[in-house]
Design a protein around this ligand. Structure first.
Ligand code: SAM
Ligand code: MD0
Ligand code: SF4
Length: 381
């Protein structure tokens, strides 16, 4: 498997727009389409053009990863949160959310179950649980201990997705062995950010990712679609992901949540997400791009993989009282969000799980080739 180290930006036109169909035919070979074309595809998605776009995205994935995909186990370890993101079920004041905080023993049991099932990474996710911040100088201390334990106990790479981490906390997360720092900006429009991530700092969130890269961690950036963003906003975000030098890039459709200020928003179709996945695959052919089970469950997996995604995320072990984020229960207890549950869908897409060594090699290669200079050159949005 190859990996791409120069995250390509969606390129600007040089010679005026040729026919869209022709551009898409070439997209897989030259690794780029223009911003104007990307916006046109998002705004008026003609089925014949989308077919070409998705085929081009799949060719790029095939070139870099063959028919192999990575699988991420997901553990939402605490659903308590001090924040008030307007889109999130787990925002502080929401009485409709089921709240729990798993013990280290419970987390370890679930992580072992995931490891036995064949996932390549354990994603430790949490709200900004006030109990994590009781000791000011050692913020997130319980999470850091958990990362350290799960990493050595399972032997698998670990992602920390626990909200925005301060510089000193990032140092300790990196020292504890967290391979990944996931922190999603949702949008790079400041106005929309302020509506979505109420009371949080746009700049601090951006800067934390730049800092995490400088400390040698891999970084995942993420976008929300279906929340009133324009197509220009989405394309602008793809440019920002390139400037950051993100290692994994995701987009998820907004799912309205009971008891939140955005509960009554009409649910959006996932087509815009799939187009964005394909555009990201063409802009970043060698990067990791999730198909999340946390939006449409199993029913939505094939269309996301067919759009060029190469990581299945939000695999949750059943029987342990664990929740999803955007879909807190969908397909979990029935065992659908498991390696076994997704196997028929992978087969239908002509894909198969990578080996753990292939995943480790991708990480090692990505870390090796993103040299210190490049990591320091990462720019905030
Ligand atoms: N609390 C941490 C944070 O917010 O960074 C970690 C949790 S992170 C997994 C929460 C992410 O789930 C959000 O950034 C968003 O991408 C996604 N999410 C949450 N609620 C959602 C919703 N209603 N629809 C779609 N995605 C959602
Ligand atoms: C997912 N539910 O992968 C998870 C979550 C957090 N790093 C990821 C949004 O869809
Ligand atoms: Fe808390 Fe994260 Fe939900 Fe925001 S998105 S309310 S920070 S759990």
């Amino acid at each position: 498997m190859n990996s791409d180290h120069s995250a390509a930006v969606i390129r600007a036109h040089r010679h005026g727009p040729p026919g869209l169909a022709a551009i898409l035919e070439k997209a897989a070979d030259n690794g780029g389409i223009s911003r104007t074309t990307a916006i046109r595809l998002l705004d008026s998605p003609a089925p014949s053009l989308l077919k070409k776009l998705f085929a081009a995205a799949r060719r790029q994935r095939e070139r870099h990863f063959g028919n192999r995909v990575f699988l991420y186990g997901f553990l939402y370890i605490s659903t308590h949160c001090r924040n008030r993101c307007s889109f999130c079920l787990y925002r502080k004041s929401n009485t409709r959310a089921v709240r729990y905080r798993k013990t280290l023993a419970e987390i370890a049991d679930s992580a072992r179950q995931l490891a036995r099932s064949g996932v390549h990474l354990i994603d430790l996710t949490a709200g900004e649980d006030p109990s994590f911040y009781t000791d000011e100088t050692n913020g997130l201390a319980p999470v850091i201990d958990t990362v350290k334990f799960i990493r050595s106990d399972t032997g698998l790479p670990v992602m920390a997705s626990v909200g925005m981490a301060a510089n000193t906390v990032l140092d300790r997360l990196a020292a504890a062995g967290a391979d990944w720092y996931a922190c999603y900006q949702e949008t790079h429009s400041r106005q929309l950010f302020d509506q979505l991530r109420v009371g949080q700092s746009f700049e601090d969130r951006c800067r934390s990712k730049v800092a995490a890269k400088a400390k040698g961690m891999l970084v995942e950036e993420g976008l929300r679609c279906g929340v009133g963003e324009t197509s220009r906003d989405l394309v602008h975000s793809v440019d920002a992901m390139a400037r950051l030098g993100a290692d994994q890039v995701r987009v998820m459709t907004f799912i309205p949540q009971a008891g939140t200020p955005m509960a009554d928003q009409p649910p959006a179709s996932s087509l815009r997400e799939c187009i964005s996945i394909a555009l990201m695959r063409i802009a970043f052919p060698g990067l990791l791009i999730p198909a999340s089970l946390d939006v449409d469950g199993l029913a939505g997996l094939k269309r996301r993989l067919d759009a060029g995604a190469n990581v299945v995320t939000s695999l949750v072990p059943p029987g342990r009282g664990l929740a999803g984020v955007a879909q807190s229960t969908l397909d979990i207890e029935a065992g659908g969000r498991t390696v076994e549950g997704i196997a028929p869908i992978l087969r239908a897409c002509g894909l198969q799980p990578a080996s753990i060594d292939q995943y480790r090699n991708w990480i090692a290669e990505r870390k090796r080739t993103t040299c210190l200079h490049e990591r320091r050159a990462a720019r905030a949005c």
